[in-house]
Design a protein around this ligand. Structure first.
Ligand SMILES: [Zn+2]
Length: 463
């Protein structure tokens, strides 16, 4: 009898697994430090969700944390702490925002500057909430690739936000050494707080769950701001639009919602969450819980050098073999016989000046050895590789290395096809569109830097 029961249980579990779980990450950018009623909105959201047994992720602004402390809102701090705490910059919309000051900075000095500006806020959020924030997301669309390097140094492993700057298949990915939930496309879902499309939102949610579930599982990203439940306009739009920087004494309070209207918004979100909870395929997770469901960044299983070489010879971009995901950088390390480790992409554009069609063996072996030494010393890939006083761009070097199957004789120089670059936006106006940025702000330089770092890009694979 027990065996029959166990079999039934096993079959049920298998059926659910074949359908695939859909993980919903519900996150709140907790940022309004001007309007006090947004503190109450955050408290109410945290309390309602706890009653539903749902843990959300609250990304908190440094100044918001300090203001909660100053206003004596221990109740809000305790309620949010039951959930998970992320970090959302020190001042959010006070200029210059990250993309604005990082636009003209290189990869390394930009990372240092971001860390200098942001470590106070991170320290305050950590101290006030008594936890280390698990994730970061940019204010508005003020994304920049240098933040990856800084965040790793600041001990934050996950990038949680939404944007179009970089992405892979609208699901989680690894980029710049960070676990990213970003560019989720059709899997970013919300029920409008206006309430006019509630049933349509629920249907859309169910369709997305069914689709992801049929594909073996996936992730849905839902986000709001506590201030949306308290005011009808954004706290920063009324003060910092188009790069404006009024003194704190001149800050205006955003228009408040009436008590009934605010209540109505809270009821919409509670209904939407209850709708999601009723779906047996759905599980709510926090940022760190989601990350733990995925394979770690470094490839656990060895992948055959031949498979890697064939892939890299055809095109330079990530490769998923079974449960192992490899970035172009991971594969270059395999071709160079360097043990798996995270390395950054090049920090500048490389160039091929070498003009002959072939390279003699001793020269190429020396170039390989020097490249290995460079990567070990700097923890990043070089922009180009020296052949005497001439160079091969990293792409061309990698392509040439990939076709070097027997390791003997002269080599034909191959042109690299860095397909990984296509996963970074080519729309500098659209990607950085945000009412807080200066008028007509665009940052093609940041997207160029981002394309170089796309050597590290690869889909995240669920365990
Ligand atoms: Zn924000």
């Amino acid at each position: 009898m027990i065996r029959v029961l166990l079999l039934v249980v096993f079959l049920c579990v298998s059926a659910v697994q074949a359908q695939g779980k859909v993980y919903v990450l519900l996150w709140f950018d907790t940022e309004d430090y001007i309007e006090p009623s947004s503190d109450d909105a955050a408290l109410r959201l945290a309390t309602d969700l706890r009653q539903l047994g749902v843990r959300a992720t609250f990304k908190v602004v440094g100044e918001k944390a300090r203001v909660l402390e100053k206003r004596g809102r221990k109740d809000v701090i305790a309620a949010l702490r039951w959930h998970e705490i992320g970090y959302h910059t020190n001042f959010h919309s006070v200029p210059p925002t990250p993309a604005v000051y990082l636009r003209t900075m290189d990869y390394q000095s930009g990372a240092e500057e971001f860390q200098r500006r942001e470590q106070t806020g991170l320290k305050d959020v950590s101290r006030i909430f008594g936890v280390s924030p698990t994730c970061y997301g940019q204010p508005g669309s003020s994304w920049a690739p240098q933040t990856n390097r800084a965040l790793r140094r600041m001990g934050i492993p996950m990038y949680l936000d939404e944007g179009s700057h970089v992405g892979v298949g609208h699901q989680p990915f690894w980029y710049g050494g960070m676990f990213y939930l970003f560019d989720m496309g059709p899997y970013v879902m919300r029920a409008s707080l206006n309430g006019d499309d509630f049933d349509a939102s629920c249907r859309k949610f169910d369709q997305a769950v069914a689709q992801l579930s049929a594909e073996g599982g996936g992730v849905i990203s839902i986000y709001y701001h506590p201030c949306e439940f308290a005011t009808t306009e954004f706290w920063d739009g009324v003060n910092f639009s188009h790069g404006a920087d009024p003194t704190p004494a001149a800050w205006k309070r955003p228009r408040a919602r009436s008590r009934e209207d605010s209540e109505r918004c809270h009821r919409i979100l509670a209904r939407y969450v209850k709708h999601a909870l009723a779906n047996p395929a759905v599980r709510f997770v926090t940022g760190s819980q989601l990350m733990s469901l995925y394979q770690p960044q470094l490839p656990a299983a060895a992948v055959d050098r031949k498979v890697v070489a064939e892939h890299m010879a055809a095109q330079e971009t990530f490769l998923v073999v079974g449960k192992t995901s490899l970035s172009a950088a991971d594969m270059l390390l395999i071709l160079l016989e360097i043990e798996p480790r995270f390395v950054e992409g090049p920090v500048s554009e490389g160039k091929t000046t070498y003009s002959r069609a072939s390279i003699d063996r001793p020269r190429f072996e020396k170039a390989k050895a020097e490249t290995v030494a460079y990567i070990r010393a700097h923890g990043r890939l070089p922009a180009s590789v020296w052949l005497g006083s001439e160079t091969l761009s990293l792409e061309d070097f990698a392509a040439t290395l990939a076709v070097d199957s027997d390791g003997t004789g002269e080599l034909d120089v191959k042109k690299g096809k860095p397909k990984f670059r296509e996963y970074v936006s080519k729309e500098p106006a659209e990607a950085f569109d945000w009412v807080i940025h200066p008028k007509d702000f665009r940052a093609p330089e940041l997207l160029d830097l981002a394309r170089l770092q796309a050597w590290t890009l690869k889909p995240a694979v669920m365990k």
